[in-house]
Design a protein around this ligand. Structure first.
Ligand SMILES: Nc1ncnc2c1ncn2[C@@H]1O[C@H](COP(=O)(O)OP(=O)(O)OP(=O)(O)O)[C@@H](O)[C@H]1O
Ligand SMILES: [Mg+2]
Length: 224
């Protein structure tokens, strides 16, 4: 069976002020379903560029990319955004919750956009909020929650639609040490429950908490 994430020879160049930067310079990367992987690397090494390609937010200039069995490197923007919505759950450093909505409503919104029927939506929302330990705080707004619980809401939103890949970009970057440790514990718990988790970070402690680590360096990826 092929890997859930299967990249071969992925290249992405940027030209700015007459200079060309090889942000991704022939990246081969495969992730099997159920793995938990950290992508580490110094500033400017290409982590965000890789995350954008991984998450179908951007397309590579060259190379082959199959995500969940679909050749996404050849897709139009419309096709890509459909695949993205169904295949990847995103978690960001800054939570990206809507302040006027409750935890329940924040988690529900992407399902609403996808046209998931109400009863199914309700079940998915409550199930995912329960999984992140927020069963008792579904009606709280973000401002009534501290950073850790806000990130839990964001994680519930990312997993509610049951996407095959959970992609987290510096998920503990805005949290204090204790809250960061809790969020890593939650991601480990989701991994133990069968989720595929990819974490982009420059924090070696986050890397140490992942069973597999790869390192970006000048646009190239190596296994650690
Ligand atoms: N839109 C862009 N235009 C021009 N150059 C870019 C663009 N985006 C990224 N780059 C360059 O590509 C290289 C990789 O950048 P990228 O943002 O992927 O690194 P990073 O590992 O995420 O860094 P950081 O840890 O600081 O977030 C850098 O040299 C960067 O300057
Ligand atoms: Mg970055």
């Amino acid at each position: 069976m092929s890997a859930l994430i299967d990249m071969q020879g992925i290249c992405k160049r940027y030209t700015a002020g007459g200079q060309t930067v090889r942000a991704l310079d022939g990246v081969d990367f495969a992730v099997q379903a159920g793995e938990m992987v950290a992508i580490l690397g110094p500033s400017g090494s290409g982590k965000s560029t890789l995350m954008n390609v991984l998450g179908c937010l951007d397309v590579p200039d060259a190379g082959r990319y199959q995500l969940a069995g679909q050749a996404v490197d050849k897709m139009s923007e419309g096709q890509l955004s459909r695949v993205r919505g169904r295949t990847v759950g995103f978690v960001f450093q800054g939570f990206h919750l809507l302040p006027g909505l409750t935890a329940r409503e924040n988690v529900e919104l992407p399902l609403l956009y996808r046209g998931v029927p109400e009863r199914r939506r309700r079940a998915l929302v409550e199930d995912s909020l329960r999984q992140v330990g927020l069963a008792g705080r579904m009606e709280h707004r973000p401002a009534q929650l501290s950073g850790g619980p806000q990130q839990r809401v964001a994680i519930a939103r990312a997993i509610a639609g049951q996407p095959p890949v959970l992609l987290a970009d510096e998920p503990t970057g805005n949290l204090d040490t204790a809250a960061g440790r809790e969020i890593m514990g939650l991601l480990q718990q989701l991994h133990a429950g069968g989720h595929t988790v990819v974490i982009i970070t420059h924090d070696p402690r986050i890397g140490a908490a992942c069973p597999r680590r790869v390192v970006m360096e000048d646009g190239r990826l190596r296994e650690e």
